[in-house]
Design a binder for this molecule. Structure first.
Ligand code: AMP
Length: 586
């Protein structure tokens, strides 16, 4: 029997999910029909000559595949206040800013009630499965969530990150209550615009209700790791606040001060307990279960560009299960993790066939992809036709195309997924990488995943020295002849020159793509360069994105920094402590 939670019936949610996924093809056809009927009056669809047809064949014949760039003028008109039905039948009232990791600046995408509802659908579905595996009791969640700047566009629409759009909605509050995932911190903490103050208060509120905390969450694993790294710095101040019942003077925003002060009473006993637990920990191993003894798991997106943070997360979580959260984007949701007990490295996302219409471009050979200039645009030749949700094959890789209730039609999300299997007739996707994050000088092609594997391999050489790679990114330097790869590393402490030189050689050899190896051998690509940057560099990059409007919990370190992303490149290049060139292939 499933754990029954007030206002939420997990059995029913799972039953509905089973029914939908058994009939995925029919549900997809009906979903497309609903999307096209609801939005048939939109100028974008009107101009494509669908003439009221809503079947998949007509849709594919009339509607072109698009990227964000193609839709930008339409979205801009909406943001500027053009009240005509442009992309959707009903007017769009808010805009989401995607994290813009790739381009270096946020993209505007429409947000509407339908998107809000599908977000709740995903939250409820994955909670039903998660709660079946690890039922939680009555309590709270230690959530590291942050809103971002909200502003009005020229046309008066609310523009903010997708997560903030969701946090602002009443259905979010209701759903969090229903699925017992209410945040320990008051809303003032979530909605403060100073994420350093918010983070301190999230930690403080989490400690005040440490016995009640049922799980630890942030949207992406990076922010969970960031939170506990910060805890290592501020734990004594937190203990002091709890002992005295007085909030640290570092919290200066009046609304947060009064909201958090209301929760704070002098509690020397709790402060002593936390203090003695902290001093007894060795290198902070097992920090989460030690301080939050009733937490059942740690939850957040841990796949894709979040995988490099897993080892640190495991260090803090010790034996607590890590559960990878769902797969979606500011543009729309795609799938839920219904096998929460799988380790994050093999997490899959089962597509919900009723939240959008999904197509997949087969990517059988990487050779289909032409050289990608400056990590930004996607240009291909001889590209295969996209296929439908139920037509994909297990083991093969595809680029995801979404059609949503929020005005995106045949939109290339830019993600590559692999089909891990099927749940009933719906595929389970494994996230592989972002399609356009590719290191390339000439015929070589290395993806975000290849970079991650190379860094993992080389960082093993550092582990024996007890040094960690805190974060990393890459760049293709074409200012030299021939061009070469540059990998930036921020380390937890200094490493010997000889070790770094070995790491650099290892990185160079770890890119096993035939184009790279061949080019390196004939010196058509120069030796790989490892640049060690000083402590805090990646934090500066995070702050740069936050200043552009990104929310901390939506932040993803860009894994490839192109010339177009000049601000980030400048932060990196001005922070280089030393640079080492590879001796591999000499
Ligand atoms: P955003 O631009 O902030 O909306 O981020 C959306 C992107 O984050 C997606 O297109 C993916 O590249 C990535 N992403 C979202 N969910 C996951 C996941 N579960 N695993 C890996 N990457 C993800």
């Amino acid at each position: 029997m499933l754990e029954k939670v007030k206002g939420f019936n997990g059995d029913r949610v799972i039953e509905e999910f089973e029914a939908l996924t058994k009939e995925a093809e029919r549900v997809q056809r009906e979903t497309l029909q609903r999307i096209l009927e609801e939005n048939g009056a939109a100028e974008y669809l009107q101009n494509l000559g669908l003439g009221g047809k809503t079947d998949p064949d007509s849709f594919k014949a009339c509607v072109p595949l698009v990227t964000h760039k193609d839709l930008e003028p339409y979205i801009q008109r909406i943001a500027d206040g053009d009240a005509l039905p442009i992309l959707t039948g009903r007017p769009i009232k808010s805009i989401s800013l995607s994290s813009g990791t790739t381009q270096g600046k946020p993209k505007l995408v429409p947000f509407n009630e339908e998107l809000e509802q599908s977000t709740m659908g995903i939250y409820r579905t994955s909670f039903a499965f998660r709660n079946r595996a690890h039922p939680i009791g009555n309590g709270k969640a230690l959530q590291f969530i942050y809103s971002s700047k909200q502003f009005r566009t020229k046309g008066g629409l609310l523009a903010t990150t997708a997560t903030t759009n969701v946090y602002l909605s009443q259905s979010y509050r209701n759903t969090m209550k229903d699925i017992q995932s209410q945040c320990c911190s008051p809303e003032e903490v979530i909605f403060s615009l100073d994420y350093n103050q918010s983070l301190y208060c999230h930690l403080l509120c989490g400690l005040i209700c440490s016995e009640e905390v049922q799980f630890v969450f942030s949207t992406f694993a990076h922010s969970i790791v960031h939170a506990f790294r910060t805890f290592e710095q501020v734990w004594e101040d937190l203990c002091c606040d709890i002992r005295e019942g007085v909030l640290s003077s570092r919290i200066t925003i009046p609304s947060i001060r009064s909201a958090v002060s209301r929760l704070l009473r002098p509690n020397p006993q709790l402060a002593d307990t936390i203090y003695s637990k902290c001093v007894s920990l060795s290198s902070w191993y097992g920090l989460i279960p030690e301080l939050w003894p009733n937490a059942k798991y740690v939850y957040g997106i841990m796949t894709g560009s979040m995988e490099p943070y897993l080892s640190k997360l495991r260090h803090y979580a010790a034996n607590l299960p890590l559960m990878s959260a769902d797969y979606g984007s500011s543009e729309g949701w795609i799938g839920a993790n219904i096998d929460p007990e799988e380790p994050p490295e093999s997490a899959t996302f089962t597509v919900l066939p009723n939240i959008g219409y999904f197509e997949f471009i087969p990517l059988k050979e990487r050779g289909h992809e032409q050289k990608v200039e400056n990590c930004a645009s996607i240009i291909r030749h001889r590209e295969p036709e996209p296929i439908g949700l139920t037509e994909v094959n297990v083991g093969e890789e595809y680029e995801v195309i979404i059609t949503t209730f929020a005005g995106l039609y045949r939109y290339r999300l830019g993600d590559v997924v692999k089909i891990a299997g099927f749940h009933n007739s719906t595929p389970k996707l494994q996230f592989v990488h972002r399609r356009n994050l590719i290191l390339t000088v000439n015929i070589d092609k290395n993806t975000e995943k290849d970079l991650q594997l190379a860094v993992e391999e080389a960082s093993k050489l550092l582990a024996v020295e007890k040094v960690e790679v805190l974060d990393f990114t890459s760049h293709v330097d074409m200012s030299t002849d021939p061009g070469h790869y540059v990998i930036f590393w921020e380390l937890s402490s200094n490493a010997r020159e000889e070790v770094l030189s070995n790491c650099c050689d290892c990185l160079d050899r770890a890119f096993i793509d035939a184009g790279y190896v061949g080019s390196r051998k004939v010196r058509a690509i120069g030796p790989l360069e490892l640049r060690i940057v000083n402590s805090g560099t990646f934090h500066k990059i995070l702050e740069h994105y936050v200043s552009l409007g990104a929310a901390l919990n939506q932040f993803k370190t860009p894994r490839c920094v192109g010339l177009s992303n000049c601000s980030v490149l400048q932060i990196l290049n001005s922070s280089v402590l030393k640079s080492i060139f590879s001796n591999a292939y000499c």
